[in-house]
Design a binder for this molecule. Sequence first.
Ligand SMILES: NC(=O)c1ccc[n+]([C@@H]2O[C@H](COP(=O)([O-])OP(=O)(O)OC[C@H]3O[C@@H](n4cnc5c(N)ncnc54)[C@H](O)[C@@H]3O)[C@@H](O)[C@H]2O)c1
Length: 284
Amino acid sequence: MTTTRQRTALVTGAGRGLGRDIAALLADRGYQVTVTDLDAETAAAAAAEIGRGATSAVVDVRDHAQVEQARDTLVAESGGIDVWVNNAGVLLTGSAWDQSAEQRKLHLDVNTLGTINGSVAAIDAMRGVSPGSRGGGGHIINIASLAGISAVPGEAVYAASKHAVMGFSSSTTADLRLAGVTDIDISCICPDGIWTPMLYDKLEDPRAALSFSGVLLQPSDVVRAVGKVLDKPRPVTAIPAWRGAISRLGAAFPRLGAAAMPLMEKQGRRAQKKLLRTNGPTRR
Ligand SMILES: NC(=O)c1ccc[n+]([C@@H]2O[C@H](COP(=O)([O-])OP(=O)(O)OC[C@H]3O[C@@H](n4cnc5c(N)ncnc54)[C@H](O)[C@@H]3O)[C@@H](O)[C@H]2O)c1
């Protein structure tokens, strides 16, 4: 379907960190962007910084009514949604039995249910089913993690929430194709640890060691990968690719994966200590 309207995008959890930078990339690419976050102030500040007509909205991804409201507002203003990025996420470290029931629930509510809420809201607009929408297809980008592919000791419930994102995304893509919908794509991005506020307070946390055991990415590394996926949708993109291959190997051979964990944990602790000694990469 040809469209004369400006292309639009909505990013969740975009008040800071990776989401803000993805929203900026989308504005660079000419999209009219809605920056959403739980935190009104950071969402508004990010939208103002991005400029080029970016707007902000408070959206708690756990609440499907808020998610649908943000979708309907964007559709009413612009006629449709071309790209929807489910980026909002939380990470609390610790083994499952050390976490409270509320902490465990928070991971699943934000990381998993939030992604499902966003994806379903976007699909309804992209299929022309939601109020005022005209369909026309689109692209959903789900920010998962390498923790969505393999085991992550110290981050078990987080890993569970991200594995669920992967299962949901591939299954929903299959459902779309079986329903004859070929113009909606779902791409999952699975980064290694990224130096964002999510990890700023975790250099002294041994339970977060696995997040530091490989390549500590900068948000710009992940934004570059999102740019490639925007050009060509791809079901799964691991960053870096070699860590994705190791994660897949560990998942395919769980005993081998489990045997490698003490080594990876040690490697992560070394990296954390080195970053502490050198005051860590630049924070922004
Ligand atoms: N930082 C990493 O090491 C890393 C690695 C792999 C994947 N990821 C994923 O990348 C995504 C972005 O994380 P980040 O590193 O920028 O973290 P971050 O903590 O800097 O940003 C997360 C954002 O999500 C928002 N948020 C939290 N709960 C929310 C809710 N209920 N509704 C709406 N927004 C909410 C926060 O306000 C914040 O702005 C997350 O999904 C995260 O799991 C991060």
